[in-house]
Design a protein around this ligand. Structure first.
Ligand code: PBG
Length: 348
């Protein structure tokens, strides 16, 4: 051969060289930490299928947020575990519902220094475990459910949420919530739409975490997406953006990186990916068996999600990854308060 052998290995020679040419970075502010707050317990409880993840009391949730903030994690998303469930899931919009109480406390304690996201759905609060109200035939009534979502959005925004994240996959949910927020004076509350959410087998441990069993061996295939469909996800994303979503989420993450990439190519709004409970549990189980290096595999998973095009990752790994990142980087500056007092130079 007359042409020279390609020497791609030149740029992989040392750690410093690899760092110089790395295309993707991961930092604590890319991470959103899920937070389960449970009513009626007086000490935090570990979730057995999510080792290292707790159901929190109101008090321990605040401590957790404080620690996440110190590690540089920029946002938390709240999930509620109520003591009582009913057919409509009324705990989801009760001003004294567990998530509203947690939002209120966190808002008061952390001001604008931590972004507070409220997952909006009723499945944790309904006695049948579906993400909406049932019609006479046992299927989820889309439009009746939107009415409940409107109430929940207003209650969550009122309690202090910066961002509402509807995860129920009802048609028209973003428009309904945007409209309810605007009509109640919450024009500044943002919406992170779970735009492409698949009917996935990877949600199992989450359902343990929030104590949800879908009645009569049911599933969510009537409202969540079919894993066989990719173009349909793009349709969901376009519609959610047209309805007023400020950011979008793809869920789960690793099995759907093609969707993350397609979304990245199509839209410039912030894209989040949800590395879900089953994805986390698989890593932990393989690690516990000594089959993989858990920390390295966790980091590789999250880097891959960013490489595919996600800006943000909602993950149960948030805390441990932020801890390892903090250990190898200089101390992070104090997070800025959203509402700074006016600086003296600028005040006439
Ligand atoms: C629905 C909801 C689910 C998850 C987040 N929000 C469960 C579902 O759709 O059945 C799953 C998240 C995870 O597995 O980590 N409120």
């Amino acid at each position: 051969m007359s042409f020279p052998l390609q020497r791609l290995r030149r740029l992989r020679r040392t750690d410093a060289m690899r760092r110089l040419v790395a295309e993707t970075t991961l930092s604590a502010e890319d991470l959103i930490a899920p937070l389960f707050v449970r009513e009626g317990i007086d000490a935090p409880q570990e979730i057995s299928s999510l080792p290292g993840v707790m159901q929190h009391t109101l008090e321990s949730a605040m401590t957790e947020i404080e620690e996440l903030r110190a590690l540089g994690v920029a946002a938390v998303v709240f999930f509620g575990v109520p003591e009582h469930k009913d057919a409509e899931g009324s705990g989801a919009w009760d001003p004294n519902g567990i998530v509203q109480l947690a939002l209120g406390r966190a808002r008061k304690r952390f001001g604008g220094s931590m972004v507070l996201i409220a997952d909006l759905c009723v499945d944790e609060y309904t006695d049948h475990g579906h993400c909406g109200v049932l019609d006479g035939h046992g299927s989820v009534d889309n439009d009746a459910t939107l009415e409940l979502y409107r109430r929940i959005a207003v209650a969550q925004a009122h309690a202090g949420a910066d961002i509402i994240a509807p995860s129920g996959m009802m048609d028209g949910q973003v428009a309904a919530i945007r409209n309810a927020l605007d009509a109640s004076g919450h024009e500044t509350t943002a919406i992170l739409a779970y735009a492409a959410k698949y009917a996935s087998s990877f949600y199992g441990p989450f359902r343990d975490a929030v104590d949800v069993t879908i009645a009569d061996g049911g599933d969510r295939k009537g409202y969540q997406q079919d894993p066989r469909n990719g173009r349909e996800a793009m349709n969901e994303i376009r519609l959610d953006l047209a309805e007023g979503a400020d950011m979008i989420m793809i869920k789960p993450a690793l099995p759907y990186l093609d969707i993350v990439l397609r979304a990245r190519l199509e839209t410039d709004v912030p894209i989040a990916a949800y590395h879900v409970s089953g994805e986390y549990a698989m890593l932990k189980a393989a690690e516990a068996n000594g089959w993989i290096d858990g920390d390295a595999a966790a980091l590789e998973s999250l880097i891959s999600i960013k490489r595919a095009g996600a800006d943000l990752i909602l993950t149960y790994l948030a805390r441990s990854i932020a801890e390892s990142l903090a250990a190898i980087r200089p101390a992070l500056p104090e997070p800025q308060r959203a509402i700074d007092p006016p600086t003296p130079e600028l005040t006439p």
